[in-house]
Write a protein that binds this ligand. Structure first.
Ligand SMILES: [Zn+2]
Length: 392
């Protein structure tokens, strides 16, 4: 085989010859010799002798390959230091090239387990884990030097079986996870929040209707607007009104299909489902009133990208709903009225924007899969690295 036709996928080398056995051995030389000293930049260099570097490289023609690179050690006349020649695409002290390491990292990231991948590549599974760790660590380090995103979504998620919580910081503008941190209370998060860069540049923070997060944002992101999360606001309405419906009509507890019909959006029901719901209302007139309140409130909360003036009218409408919920005298309705009136400012801002934590919720699903694929994580740092590598 003519060595010229072989593409090394590693720029900066010239192929000298190729030995083809069960292992492809490619003899190569660096195209450009170093022009100056690495230490002082002097140009008067003497060769101190030749040596060979052998590194693992990407498979060639379906066979594993090894690069044998002829190198030199140099000595600088000016500063009297000696140094080895730097090699493009191969880091000092490594026994494998960066493209090969990158491919191992990507395959492991795509779900090929460390032992299978190690067997296939003829290395130990711990080597695979170490390479993966080094690449993710590199990515996480880049994250440290980044400023906090300007549109931030904050939400909590659970860490496998145990009742531990973690907080997700999501970049809602670029659709990626910025970082995760253990815990969900201010005491647990203070250390992380204190180390965040560019906190004062955050413009919008989207949170679910939870008081601890609200006080955290007020304290740590002083210039940010707090926006209620649409998904959580609508879920809250559904939750309280369904509780009320079950109190008024205890049969709902064992009739899941009725509950499903009540929960669903009216405009998404097919004619047959609408008919069934109307039959239910004929039997239980109280449910019809609850359903109507739910539909009105939810369609109000679903609005987005509204102008300032429109929001003023919408607030009036929401206040009217809150007042009638309060006047009903029912416990679940009063609790809902209380939560909504406490969050009215954040809900009004929610109408102005279109962003919401739906993106964060999507990432939480992916994080659950990451946890599951690893059969849980003992170390939070390993989990964090993996989340940043795959969702960041
Ligand atoms: Zn020098």
């Amino acid at each position: 085989m003519s060595p010229v036709n072989l593409n090394l996928t590693l720029p900066g080398y010239r192929i000298v010859r190729v030995e083809s056995n069960s292992l492809m051995r490619i003899y190569a030389a660096v195209v450009e010799a170093p022009g100056q000293c690495l230490c002082c930049g002097g140009v008067r260099l003497r060769s101190k002798g030749r040596y060979e570097r052998r590194v693992r490289h990407l498979p060639c023609l379906g066979r594993p390959s090894e690069l044998v690179i002829a190198c030199r050690r140099y000595w600088c006349v000016d500063c009297r230091h000696s140094f080895v020649q730097p090699l493009p695409g191969i880091l000092p002290g490594r026994h494998s090239s960066e493209p090969w390491r990158q491919s191992v990292y990507e395959l492991h990231g795509d779900g090929v387990c460390a032992s299978t991948l190690g067997e296939r590549e003829g290395v130990d599974s711990s080597t695979v884990s170490r390479i993966y760790g080094q690449f993710t660590e590199r990515k996480a380090k880049e994250r440290l030097s980044l400023d906090c995103p300007r549109v931030l979504g904050i939400d909590e998620h659970t860490l496998h079986k145990s009742q531990r919580f973690a907080t997700t910081f999501c970049d809602l503008k670029n659709h990626r996870v910025f970082d995760i941190s253990p815990g969900r209370s201010e005491a647990e998060l203070a250390g992380y929040l204190g180390s965040l860069r560019g906190r004062d540049k955050v413009r919008v923070v989207c949170i679910d209707l939870s008081n601890p997060y609200r006080s955290i944002v007020r304290r740590w992101f002083p210039r940010a607007m707090i926006v209620a999360d649409r998904f959580h606001a609508i879920r809250l309405v559904g939750l309280h009104l369904m509780r009320l419906a079950r109190q008024l009509c205890p049969q709902l507890a064992w009739n899941r299909s009725w509950l499903g019909l009540l929960r669903a959006r009216w405009d998404r029901l097919d004619p047959e489902q609408r008919h069934r719901l109307k039959c239910l209302f004929a039997r239980q007139p109280a449910l019809e009133a609850i359903h109507e309140v739910k539909e009105r409130l939810c369609s109000l909360l679903r609005l987005k990208n509204q102008r300032k003036r429109a929001c003023r009218y919408l607030i009036q409408e929401l206040l009217g709903h809150i007042e009638s919920l309060r006047a009903s005298g029912l416990q679940a309705a009063r609790t809902l009225a209380k939560s909504l009136s406490e969050w009215i400012q954040e809900i009004a801002l929610m109408w102005r924007f279109s962003r919401n934590n739906g993106i964060t919720e999507g990432f939480h699903r992916k994080m659950k899969l990451i946890q599951r694929r690893a059969y849980g994580f003992r170390s939070f740092n390993n989990y964090r690295l993996r989340v940043i590598a795959q969702c960041g």
